[in-house]
Design a protein around this ligand. Sequence first.
Ligand SMILES: *Cc1c(COP(=O)(O)O)cnc(C)c1O
Length: 434
Amino acid sequence: MVGCAAVMKTTRSTKLFAEAQRLIPGGVNSPVRAFRSVGGQPRFIKRAKGAKLYDVDGNTYIDYVLSWGPMILGHAHPAVIAAIKKAATLGTSYGAPTEWEVALAKEIHAAFPSMEKVRLVSSGTEAVMSAIRVARGFTKRDSIVKFEGCYHGHSDYLLAKAGSGLATLGIPDSPGVPEDFAKHTLTTPYNDIDAIRQLIKKHRNQLACVILEPVAGNMGVVPPHPDFLSALRQLTAENGILLIFDEVISGFRVNYGGAQALYGIKPDLTVLGKIIGGGLPVGAYGGRNDIMDLIAPSGPVYQAGTLSGNPLAVAAGLATLKQLKARGTYKKLETNAKALAKGLGDAAKKAGVPVTQNRIGSLLTTFFTPSTVVDWNTAKQSDTKRYGRFFHAMLDQGVYLAPSQFEAAFLSTAHSAQDIEKTIKAAHAAFKKL
Ligand SMILES: *Cc1c(COP(=O)(O)O)cnc(C)c1O
């Protein structure tokens, strides 16, 4: 595909999208899939293998979306598929405990020692919602602090300044969320320790928790300033406020032990998702014993789920984590991501297109702005129209980037040096056209 100038055939995708729009709001089951922020129409995917996506029109793409993060081993990894098949033959759900849930909790606890107890749920959204409920139950306080541009799922009171999906659609807050629900959510700029210090000073007796992505991935990739996480840890501890790390993206991604291992900070509660389900629906939350013991049935904070700890999802997650533990995994991801970042940066420079790149391990965003990006305000200086043109120029050459400026490019262990080379070659052609 790469280097081929002819625009791809997309007849089947176009037809399916027209049909989908009659039956499904916007034609998609999650908004950012619809390509609204880059224009054009989404491609309907037929199958995927390794680093490649194959669409219904027979086009092939090198995939840097990876289902928005979970597919860190690439698509249809043989060990993961075998685990799912094996689990499926034993039944798909029991509504009773299994030994595999214990195994996954053990594995999560080993990687994230701060998660002394772990509860499995079915999505990241659900995990965050539940972690905040228990934080409120524990502190007996109502208000929470989140950072502008961080996304924590689509639950009512978290749809305030929530990054990519919303930013892309231009919905600052969502209709359908009563003001009464959102009024307990305070927002403040990412990486600004003075701002959060002021906020805490003013509201300390009402604050149950501060929640953040310790490496932000939903306004594009924004790493924490060197002192930001440690200052937050200190500030929250001093004021009896719980610190929640939403590591739904960063967990098992920036490091096996997530951002908390990378930066050496211990939160009170942690939320996981995406990778721990190996591409099946999963979320998890966990933390200190004294907090987690408040959850039903050991305590009064209610949280439940018919499909929680689903055997297929748990099997896929366990198989994924097992593969990730192989020696050299994160080094390979780092090497390939570094080469990709350098290649994209060089291509932009050669074409005279000003960009800023943020990268932590295998998470990368090329912002179409010359300025440093440290928070939502600086991220949103990016030229999103230009990104849209770049996105389509890459897509036409068989490179599937995120259909939004404010997302990460994800790498998998299945991406080869050759995939990276092809991508960089495509980028040279794409940047030249801007
Ligand atoms: C994706 C994501 C969520 C929500 O997870 P879902 O499984 O989509 O509900 C929460 N937090 C972060 C940081 C995420 O990236």
